[in-house]
Design a protein. Sequence first.
Length: 211
Amino acid sequence: MSILTDISEALQKGRAKQIKVLVPQALEEGIPAKQILEEGLLAGMSVVGEKFKNNEVFVPEVLVAARAMNVGAELLKPELAEAGVSAKGKVCIGTVKGDLHDIGKNLVRMMFEGKGLEVIDLGVDVAPEAFVQAAVEHGCQIIACSALLTTTMPAMAEVVKAAQAAGIRDKVKIMIGGAPVTQEFCDSIGADAYTPDAAAAAEKAVALLAG
């Protein structure tokens, strides 16, 4: 299955053009789409995530790898749908109300997608009700909130309250993160999980879905 190794390596280097050639080639060789996704694309993304966590690669490398990942995933979508392969889980993510920072959020989204999760990206300056509404509409098991300003952190507590008010608090896990956010803050607002970085967030999300 050396073509899967080739796909993984091309992805790690962010070579989207190679991915465009290799993925259809693997399909032609009769390799199931799910296997190409897991042993090619996701395997490569997981290496990138690990390296990012260890400061061996940085944001630009992650961004190009994620772009290559998206190219490959698009090519596999029709095949995966036909094979009835669904995502491991659904997450809605956004930067909280009053905060316009999105680099951290985008990294987390890519790491989530790299773990095979379906991500509904709500963008920045997202109202608490909008997180809850998206979770209900799309059937998300996780709401992930990002904040980069200490002044917008209280909005995360509002998201927890909004989920309680909507009666879905027992159905969704609420994850929070961002530079000023701490485990203490997470505990104080009653959120389910805090992680210090994007790679850890993806691992935690998978663990929450499995639990």
